[in-house]
Each structure stands twice: as C-alpha cells, then as structure tokens.
Write a protein that binds this ligand. Structure first.
Ligand code: KG4
Ligand code: ZN
Length: 373
C-alpha cells in the first residue's frame, strides 16, 4: 500500500510516499528555519504563508522522487492536529482537495502518533509491544503506554512548557540562535556540564515541569554576571563570557536529559512488562540524550547500538518474573526525529491496519490542540 503523506503542523512543509508503513519511496522536507532564525522563533502567519507557497511543489517533488503518478497512490494521509492553526489548515485543505480530485481515501493523523511511528522507519530494530514512548518536541513532553498499534495511554505529561520549548527559551537567554535545541547541543560540547547545579522540578510521579528550569537558568546567569536584567534577555547574554555560555549550555542540557531519563526509568519500573522504550520527537535528535539513555539501560548491545538487554538484576519482590529478557531502546533515525511526512505515512499505515476508517474529505477539521487517543 502506497500512501502519500503531508505534514505542515509547524514550520516544515513536507510530503513523502511510504510503502507498507516502513519503506520510504520519497521524503521531501522544506524547512522554514532560515526565515525564523532571523526572528528568533516561529511567527504563525509567516509560517502559514510559507506553507502555502511550498506545499504543491513539495507534493509534486515527492511524487517525482518516488517515480509515481496519482494512479499508483492508494491513500492520502495528513496531520490534522495538534499544531499551528494556519499551518494545519494549509496541509489539511490541500489534502482534502487532492483526495476529492483524485478520488483517494483520506486519513487524518495525530502529530504525536507520527513522531512515535518515525521509529518504524529506516530502523533495523522495530519497537515491540507493549512499549513506552517518551515523546519530546517543541510542543509536547509526554510518556505514553502503547499496548499495541493505535492504542495510546498518556501516563505522564508536562504541567507547563515542553522540553523543546525550554531548550529554545534557554538558548535565547544564552544568546544562541533559533532553533535552540541544536544550538545548545553544539555549544554544550565546549562546556563543563557540572559547572552549574540546576534544580530538578518536584512534580508527581511521571509528570514533568520545565518552566522552572528555564527560570533557574535565568536566575543563575543573573547571579553569575551580577546584574538582575531579565528582559530583553540578549542584554544579559552579552555579559556572559564564552566559557560561561558553554558551561551554562552544558549544565542545562545535562539537567534536562537527567530529568527526562529519570522519568522514563520510573515509568519502566512501573510498567515492568514493556518490551521497548521509544524516544521520539524533535528533541530525540539530541546526542547527549541518546548516549545517556543507552548508558541508563547498561549497554551490552554487541554491535547493535539500539538493542539492549536491560534485564533487571533484582528479582521482583512478589516472586513473579514478568520482566522481559530484553528491552529494546529505539530512537528514530535522527533525520526523522524532527517534523517530516514520512512518519505521517508510517502512522497512517499502522492505523489503517488497526481498522481505522478514512475520514470525510468534505468535512475534515483541524484542531490546534487535542490529546492523543
Ligand atoms: O518535533 P519537532 O521538530 O517539532 C514539534 O513538533 O514541536 O521539535 C522541535 C523541537 C525544537 O524545540 C527544537 O529546539 C528541538 O526540537 N530540537 C532539539 C534538538 N534538535 C531539535 N532539542 C535538543 N537537542 C537537539 N539536538
Ligand atoms: Zn513535531
């Protein structure tokens, strides 16, 4: 089954053709990062206009790269929630029109599901069920339990900022360019991650909170430079030495990674039956996070960087041996961590396999916010 997938929920205009959920026949992504680097963040109206300009050429290119015409496409899939209103509208209206025009079934896909399904693409080791997925992006920070395909239970979520948002805001405070995640990761390589001690938030169980961490960085910088400026933050950034900047980037990145993995580990303890841990979404591209996650599960992977035998050394107190022999830690190929349409095609395929029916192209609506279900 060949699906033409479209993604436009934020600032990437993307189209891909995916065969049977895992085979990438084409993958085209046009990013607006260069536009928004100048502004220091995404401007929704500008994003929507840029999508409008790019979307048809991107779709044509994806068909051309796959060397296919509309006759060979079995279905169309599109992200309809969550995301920026104008951005989502461009993608969904285009998909609806094409579905009607070419008489193809249309599938509406939730963006977070797509991020999880990115892990099925280009991966030698596919996730196994039941699994825990840590989805970390610019808009979301959640831990989900998946018993099987298309079954999602939110077991942890952020009370305020998403972790990607926190990377972006801290980068701004440090005077580093947008998007903040990659800038901080690069800057952190030069820094001492133990130089500044930053607090872990006190939130229940598997939930997260990242707005306090951003404020803690701000306060620590103010203290370090001895000036209480908090706005505009670039005034503060100017007072930092090169060394202080990279030490702050490294200390922040370490703290954010520790918080994420602490919660994922706690989730793993609470759900001992899980066979796979999936870490997906834009922030999952972070190299430090990948390395620390592997360490967390004690890497004895024998040549398979993603395969881990994470068997607990402690027998369960109740005597049952429910913990599976192996835990597979899987990340998407880094090129599918951020927004793309290949992951939308993968998610749609597995939804179709689970019995999800096509949506009505005359009435499909968008939703800027809506929980995964
Ligand atoms: O999934 P994504 O592309 O878009 C959303 O759905 O939000 O995620 C974008 C987020 C941004 O906040 C960006 O700074 C962050 O992912 N990000 C990273 C890295 N690459 C992108 N964060 C940390 N380390 C990275 N290497
Ligand atoms: Zn995303």
């Amino acid at each position: 089954m060949k699906i033409l997938a479209i993604e436009s929920s934020c600032d990437e205009t993307a189209a891909a053709v995916i065969e049977d959920g895992v085979k990438i026949l084409s993958n085209v992504v046009v990013s607006q990062i260069d536009i928004f680097a100048e502004y220091g963040g995404v401007i929704p109206e500008v994003a929507a206009r840029s999508h409008l300009e790019a979307i048809l050429p991107v779709i044509h290119k994806s068909l051309k790269e796959a060397d296919l015409n509309w006759n060979s496409i079995d279905a169309i899939a599109v992200t309809h929630t969550p995301g920026l209103l104008g951005s989502l509208l461009v993608g969904t209206l285009t998909a609806r029109t094409l579905a009607i025009l070419h008489n193809k079934p249309l599938y509406a896909v939730h963006h977070l599901k797509s991020h999880i399904y990115a892990t099925w693409l280009n991966n030698e080791i596919k996730p196994h069920f039941p699994l825990l997925a840590l989805v970390i992006s610019g808009g979301h920070t959640q831990i989900l339990y998946m018993k099987e395909h298309n079954h999602f239970e939110i077991i942890g979520t952020t009370h305020d900022d998403a972790v990607g948002e926190c990377f972006d805001k801290v980068a701004k405070i440090l005077g580093l360019p947008y998007p903040g995640g990659p800038s901080i990761a690069t800057e952190a390589k030069k820094g001492d991650e133990n130089r500044y001690k930053l607090p872990h938030p006190k939130v229940n169980e598997l939930d997260f909170s990242f707005s306090g961490l951003k404020t803690a960085v701000l306060r620590a910088i103010q203290k370090e430079v001895g000036v209480p400026i908090s706005y505009p933050s670039h005034e503060l950034a100017k007072l930092l030495s090169e060394k202080q900047r990279s030490d702050f980037a490294a200390s922040f990145q370490k703290t954010a990674v520790d918080i994420l993995l602490e919660k994922l580990n706690l989730a793993r303890e609470k759900y001992p039956e899980v066979k796979s841990l999936v870490i997906a979404g834009g922030v999952s591209a972070n190299q430090k996070l990948r390395e620390e996650a592997l360490k967390m599960l004690k890497n004895n992977s024998e040549g398979h960087p993603q395969l881990l035998r994470g068997r607990s050394e402690e027998p369960r107190k109740d005597g049952r041996d429910e913990r599976p022999e192996e835990i597979f830690l899987t990340f998407p190929d880094p090129k599918f961590s951020g927004d793309n349409a290949a992951m939308v095609g993968a998610a749609a395929y597995f939804e179709i396999k689970s019995g999800v029916k096509p949506t009505d192209p005359y009435s499909l609506n968008i939703a800027p916010r809506s929980p995964i279900n």
